[in-house]
Write a protein that binds this ligand. Sequence first.
Ligand code: MLT
Length: 407
Amino acid sequence: MITINEHYLKLQASYLFSDIARRVTAFQKEKPTVDVIKLGIGDVTMGLCPAIVTAFQAAVVEMGNDATFRGYGPEQGYPFLREAIAANDFHSRGAEVGVDEIFVSDGAKCDTGNIQEIFSGDSRIAITDPVYPVYLDTNVMAGRTGDFVDGRYQGVVYLESTRENGYVPALPREKVDLIYLCFPNNPTGSTISKAELQTWVDYARENRALILFDAAYEAFLRDPSLPKSIFELPGAREVAIEFRSFSKSAGFTGVRCAYTVVPKECTAYDQAGNRHSVHALWHRRHSTKFNGVSYPVQRAAEAVYSAEGKSQTKAQIDSYLANAELICTTLDQLGYSYTGGKNAPYVWIEAKMDSWQFFDMLLNQAGVVCTPGAGFGKCGQGYIRLSAFNSHDRVAEAMARLKKSLS
Ligand code: MLT
């Protein structure tokens, strides 16, 4: 008899963004004349930059010619892309990352979801609340949690991120093994200072823990004092893995390219306390289960680091940040409290009512889609998230509608 992985039965009915998409589709079916503006899922709306398109097209042409065609590529990614990543994203900021410590992949969602596979089933996980649901759900699937009781999975250490602590959680009081941090944060848009992040690195070193640092939104950081990479901090190479993505930084949500950095010093232990290289484990997993990102996509990603690519992608991000500013200004005028939107594409808003109720109200009264904070965890109840990923005109229209329905 074939039996199922019963841990799946503990999961909530559906993935947050699928749930929202279903509700929006139902609404649109019922009210087809409403022009719905989506500020829910953080999906980019601007076309790929010209420098990226040119490189992408040239690589596709190469693939159509026997002399320049490429079959299976290196599982870890082509050296041309990994070299560009190491030089531009790390060495330029004084962070030591080797080319062979970079694993190119098809998405940070997949990587942050898959990474837990190489750690033991009884690892104690610590996640922030609110949190990007992938970190939690993938650990539920792997059996690292108990049942879902009163809005939380048993056995998980929740690190509360609230208005009181500026949405940067305190260190756990108990010992944990695997810590998920995301800064600039999804969903709250909060940022972490170097000094605050250093306390996490120090905690991990003292407790033989490991930090999974999701930096998918680092391109939105405009405050130069804030860390873009955890590897800017001393000691982090022993205790941290970092996830990056071209999705939000270069508009690759539909193209798919990301990377994960696993330093060679990064260590985990077996039950007897012997040290093991996390890099070696991830390399084994990656080369067994993944066959690399396509050549044209990697050439397109490489073009992000050209002079034109840098200025064109920066202009796109500036434009999303201008949308975020417009959202913040509108909220100021409406008297709503919020955080984020400065060095992040998300604005986290105190809804003054139940999250899903606010979601329904905004959809019905203004035709605007937000993300209910409760979908990110218990601490998200009473909040909603607005995403700045849309055109300036659509965000301006959404804000005009918000003013009308909320004032
Ligand atoms: C979000 O809206 O939180 C993100 O777009 C989800 C993702 O990147 O997978």
